[in-house]
Design a protein around this ligand. Sequence first.
Ligand code: ATP
Ligand code: MG
Length: 184
Amino acid sequence: MSTVQSVRSNLARHGLVMVITGNGKGKTTSAFGQALRAVGHGYKVCIIQFMKGRKYGEILAIEKYIPDITVIQSGLDSFVMKDNPAPVDIDLARKGFKKAQEAVKSKKYDLVILDELNVAVNFNLISEEEVIDLIRQKPPEVYLLLTGRYASDKIEEAADMVSDITEVKHHYNSGIKGQAGIEY
Ligand code: ATP
Ligand code: MG
């Protein structure tokens, strides 16, 4: 890229806060698509996944082919009970959020994705105030993308962009179980 082009892109850069929420399928896969687009421009991406521990297809692909994306999982491959989370679930979510704060502040990453953070907040594993503080204290050039159902009103208000994915229809409701390469 020429110097002029790089100056232009720096001027245009505005570290947005983006939220992808809603009941429809496509939040996490959209976030990983965004990560891929960012990497195409030479960006470094950090993805921290809350409440997840399984090696999803996207993680296997990243480990194999995409060194510019770092994925950190901070959860177990088991269901978290909303009204009675296990101490280990709370502990892992807290550790994941600490890593998220470090990743955002380190400026080592151009884009930080906190996958399912909205759910962790809704389940009271992470406080809404801490997330708002992270948004407010973020370095201006860092892009931040938060995903998961049930995004809170305050988090939506603090964001620059919010997409709410609506479920029109889902094959799960016709009894079709999760498919490799589609659901995981
Ligand atoms: P994806 O990871 O496919 O982009 P998502 O991030 O939007 O989905 P989540 O709310 O994180 O969906 O749900 C996790 C799992 O539930 C995924 O396997 C996803 O395919 C599945 N799922 C998503 N939406 C629905 C739905 N409306 N009904 C049933 N299962 C769903
Ligand atoms: Mg998801």
